[in-house]
Write a protein that binds this ligand. Structure first.
Ligand code: UDP
Ligand code: MG
Length: 153
C-alpha cells in the first residue's frame, strides 16, 4: 500500500466554497481518494488534532478555528504523498505562500489558510486515526494506474 495523508478543507475553505477546487487539484495530480467525511469538529477533537501545538500562543485560537464551522476531512493516497501534498498546499501563512499553491492562490490571511495536511508519516497515522476507523478507508485500484504512476527504470 502506498502512503496516505490526512487533508482537511478547513472552515474558511468550506465557507468560501473551495471544497471542489481543492479536491479537483488532488484528483488531477493523480492522488487516490480513500476516505472522506463532511463533519463538524468539536473543540475536544480539534485539541487532539493540534496537540503538538499545545502551549503555543496560537493554540486556543487554532482549536476554535477548526471547530468554528464544518470541514471536509479526507484521506488521500499515493507514493510520497505527504511532501507532495504539502508542496501543493504552500507555506503555512497565506501571505507567504507561493502563487500556484492552494494557500498562495486563495489566501492572504495568517491563520485562516484553507487547508490542513499531515507533515510526516507519524502525524498522518495519528491524524487519520482521529477521524477514521479502518473500515471507513477503501482499498481499490484505478484502471489507469500504469499511465498515472508509470516509470522508466
Ligand atoms: N496557526 C496560526 N498562527 C500561527 C501558526 C499557526 O493561526 O502563528 C494556525 C494555522 O491555521 C496553521 C495551524 O495553526 O495551519 C497549524 O500550524 P502549523 O505550524 O502546523 O502549520 P501547517 O502545518 O498547517 O502549515
Ligand atoms: Mg502542521
Amino acid at each position: 500500500m502506498s502512503d496516505r495523508t490526512l487533508i482537511i478543507v478547513k472552515p474558511d475553505g468550506v465557507q468560501r466554497k473551495f471544497v471542489g477546487e481543492i479536491m479537483s487539484r488532488f484528483e488531477k495530480k493523480g492522488f487516490k481518494l480513500v476516505g472522506a467525511k463532511f463533519m463538524q469538529v468539536t473543540e475536544d477533537l480539534a485539541s487532539k488534532h493540534y496537540a503538538v501545538h499545545k502551549g503555543k500562543p496560537f493554540f486556543d485560537g487554532v482549536v476554535k478555528y477548526l471547530a468554528s464551522s464544518p470541514v471536509m476531512v479526507m484521506v488521500w493516497e499515493a507514493d510520497g504523498i505527504i511532501p507532495m501534498a504539502r508542496k501543493m498546499m504552500g507555506a503555512t501563512f497565506g501571505f507567504n505562500a507561493e502563487p500556484g499553491t492552494i494557500r498562495g492562490d486563495f489566501s492572504c490571511s495568517k491563520g485562516y489558510n484553507l487547508i490542513h495536511g499531515s507533515d510526516s508519516p507519524e502525524s498522518a497515522e495519528y491524524e487519520i486515526g482521529l477521524y477514521f476507523s479502518n473500515n471507513e478507508l477503501v482499498d481499490y485500484s484505478f484502471a489507469d494506474e500504469d499511465w498515472l504512476y508509470g516509470q522508466n527504470d
